[in-house]
Write a protein that binds this ligand. Structure first.
Ligand SMILES: [Zn+2]
Length: 330
């Protein structure tokens, strides 16, 4: 029986030692290539879309048209970072190859960096992953798509004494901090996974209708939340009280995504707060790109980060006053 691809030598093609032994010029060239792949790394001014000259001193480029000086990370999700490029590459590489995500605290301690620096970098990378799926539609005539929802957050801790405990299965005893991650996933090679965060599962069908192309065949469980989809698509339903798959319908691909999301939750401990959509998008990205080699996964993530706009929420994150203003505290 052949070995799984991810344990073959071909997949482990970008170990930490390789990044450590790269020259500064090689690291810089890799960043240029990931930012401007169409010109094979030759700099292009964002504003004029014309070739620029350089690198000049401090590895900056100059646009011959507007005269602007810029660096390889200017105007991207990795702008404003005060870390050496090699260290950014190491963090991106370590983050890209983790199948269940990598906690910021782990990276912070491994590389001796401030926790908030790493935390904001991780969120900038999640922002880059989001930019990959914004406006994307999936499915199409005859393409099978699976839809499902999963509750996260709002854990109600049982009281110490049994006599004081309330039945947590009743809605009145549940926390209002619970959220539903709704997923739609194409069932085909290189299929994409899209996620939404809603308060109730019944809100998911309208969002699904916006991103799944007409003519798709939707597989869903027997929850009433998906009844709306029956009018829009050919649907196949599976009653999970009877079976997980009846040979016709199943949502096992969607369940695989939730399995990864749960494992990601175990790594991060708490994801169902204000950033749940970001974490869910990360899990979807990791699920879709799970068969990439270490080098390909790192390059893809670097390319996305260097071709997405700065993440406004995490720009200058270490500025405490600004953080408080953004979060509504004074
Ligand atoms: Zn210019």
């Amino acid at each position: 029986m052949p070995a799984h691809y991810l344990i073959t030598p071909a997949s482990r093609d970008f170990p930490l030692l390789t990044v450590m032994s790269m020259t500064d010029d090689a690291v810089f060239r890799l960043f240029c290539l990931a930012r401007w792949p169409n010109t094979e790394g030759a700099p292009v001014c964002d504003r004029c879309n014309l070739p620029a000259t350089g690198p000049h001193s401090r590895r900056r480029f100059r646009c011959l048209n507007c005269g602007r000086l810029f660096t390889v990370t200017s105007g991207t999700a990795l702008a404003y970072l005060k870390l050496p490029l090699r260290l950014v590459l190491i963090l991106v590489a370590q983050w890209a190859i983790a199948p269940k995500g990598r906690a910021a605290r782990y990276l912070s301690q491994s590389f001796g960096l401030n926790y908030r620096t790493v935390f904001s970098l991780c969120h900038k990378l999640r922002h880059a992953m989001t930019s990959d799926v914004v406006g994307q539609q999936i499915g199409g005539p005859g393409v099978e798509v699976e839809a499902d929802g999963c509750y996260l957050g709002g854990h109600v801790r049982p009281t110490n004494w049994v006599i004081n405990r309330r039945d947590r299965r009743f809605a009145r005893n549940k926390s209002d901090k619970r959220w539903v991650v709704v997923v739609v996933r194409e069932r085909r090679p290189n299929g994409r996974t899209l996620v939404f965060v809603v308060k109730h599962e019944r809100q998911g069908a309208a969002l699904i209708a916006k991103v799944v192309r007409p003519g798709s065949i939707i597989h869903a469980d027997s929850h009433f939340a998906w009844l709306e989809l029956d009018a829009l698509y050919e649907t196949k339903r599976i009653n999970h009280e009877e079976a997980y798959s009846d040979g016709q319908a199943c949502t096992n691909h969607a369940e695989s995504f939730f399995a990864r999301l749960r494992r990601l939750e175990a790594e991060h401990h708490h994801i169902a707060g204000p950033y749940l959509l970001r974490y869910a998008t990360e899990a979807a990205f990791r699920e879709d790109q799970r068969r990439l080699s270490a080098a390909d996964a790192t390059y893809l993530l670097l390319h996305l980060a260097l071709n997405s706009k700065p993440d406004r929420e995490f720009k200058n994150y270490r500025d405490l006053k600004r953080r408080r203003r953004l979060s509504g505290q004074h």
